[in-house]
Design a protein around this ligand. Structure first.
Ligand SMILES: *Cc1c(COP(=O)(O)O)cnc(C)c1O
Length: 357
């Protein structure tokens, strides 16, 4: 299998090997030590401010998006949602469900967010802002620093969904002033799905401690309290947390977050050069490193996905909804090499020779 989707992605041999081991009991000092190490490396790689805490959630990242909306906002807030694709729209839906007053700043498919567009909302009393730093559905990377400047000026609580951009695009949580950062195990962390991590800056830690949450499982104050002893309130995905530990140490010994970001950037650049020979167009005005959305000029995007999967054993990522036939995505995250890019391009050229592209 050769997997170019944006999650789950290819795991390293070491991470796979940990996945093949027995899963240990976890209410032990040994597991607590592993959790503290996971927290330390996650905070370091996110460049989190001092005093930040990590919450390891056994749920997909949408669960963490929901937990953050439930724990950080209330009916008294006024939230701005950057809605440039299906993940931005998900934040709007979550505000709807939890009755958080919000305004959606809508962007066209692939459109970047400019300073002019954002600062139209300046001085309008927004208490919160929700953004997917890489809107993975269209591969648009928003400027987290510019949004941070807006939030600082407006005293706005700033939530960054970095699910697909963490370790793929440069991100400095302390510098951009994000209060919360969310990511998940199956994207650049290149582990199986099942764990999502929420990093909370000190102000966010205070906020969730005082929140009145109508949920047992999504009570972040409870999660943080347990994490003081390296534990979780309920049984976590122990096996995946052990794989995350192996992966974080692997990244650390290969040069840390910046080295991994450079590796993903080079993987994306190599692919974008090689695919220029084919009758495809790029979609994103401000491309993120993790994924390239591609618009085929002469063929149905979903058909290309199916043929590559069924006839070549290669997985690219189809798009959902209205972009299903017009856009497919190629991921650059996980355990992939430049040779793997060549294998994919050769398969696409073969399809072109067969008149399928
Ligand atoms: C993948 C992704 C999610 C959701 O992840 P799930 O694990 O499927 O819930 C959320 N936001 C962004 C930006 C993503 O790329």
């Amino acid at each position: 299998m050769l997997n170019f989707t944006v999650g789950p992605v290819m795991c390293s041999e070491e991470v796979c090997a940990v996945g093949g081991e027995q899963v240990p009991y976890f209410r032990t000092p040994e597991f607590s030590a592993l959790m503290f190490e996971n927290e330390r490396l996650m905070l370091k790689f996110a460049k989190a401010p001092s005093g930040a805490k990590a919450a390891f959630m056994t749920n997909s990242s949408t669960g963490s998006m929901e937990a953050v909306v439930m724990n950080c906002f209330s009916k008294d807030d006024k939230v701005l949602v950057i809605d440039g694709g299906s993940f931005g729209h998900r934040f709007a839906e979550l505000c709807e469900i939890h009755e958080i007053p919000y305004t959606a700043l809508k962007l066209r498919r692939g459109q970047k967010l400019t300073r002019e567009q954002l600062f139209e909302y300046d001085g309008k009393g927004f208490t919160g802002l929700l953004v997917n730093v890489d809107e993975t559905s269209t591969g648009v990377l928003y400027d987290a620093e510019m949004i941070g400047e807006f939030c600082r000026r407006n005293n706005t609580f700033y939530v960054c969904d970095c699910v697909s951009s963490f370790l793929a695009d440069p991100f400095d949580m302390a510098h951009c002033g994000a209060d919360v950062m969310i990511t998940g195990s199956q994207k650049v962390l290149a582990c199986p799905p099942g764990i999502s991590v929420i990093i909370l800056a000190p102000g966010a830690v205070e906020r969730v401690k005082n929140a009145k949450v109508r949920s047992m499982y999504f009570n972040l104050a409870d999660v943080l309290k347990n994490m003081e002893r390296g534990q979780t309130p309920f049984t976590p995905a122990v096996g995946i947390l052990r794989q995350i530990n192996a992966r974080l140490k692997e990244i650390e010994s290969a040069g840390g977050a910046d080295a991994e970001i450079a590796r993903v950037a080079a993987q994306a650049k190599d692919f974008r050069e090689k695919i220029k020979e084919l009758p495809f167009e790029f979609v994103s005005e401000s491309p993120a490193n993790g994924v390239t959305p591609v618009h085929p000029l002469n063929a149905d995007a979903y058909e290309i996905f199916m043929t590559l999967k069924d006839e070549y054993g290669i997985w690219i990522c189809p798009n959902g909804g209205e972009m299903k036939s017009t856009v497919f995505r190629v991921g650059h995250i996980g355990h992939l090499s430049h040779e793997d890019n060549t294998t994919l391009i050769d398969a696409l050229k073969d399809m072109q020779g067969r008149g399928l592209i």
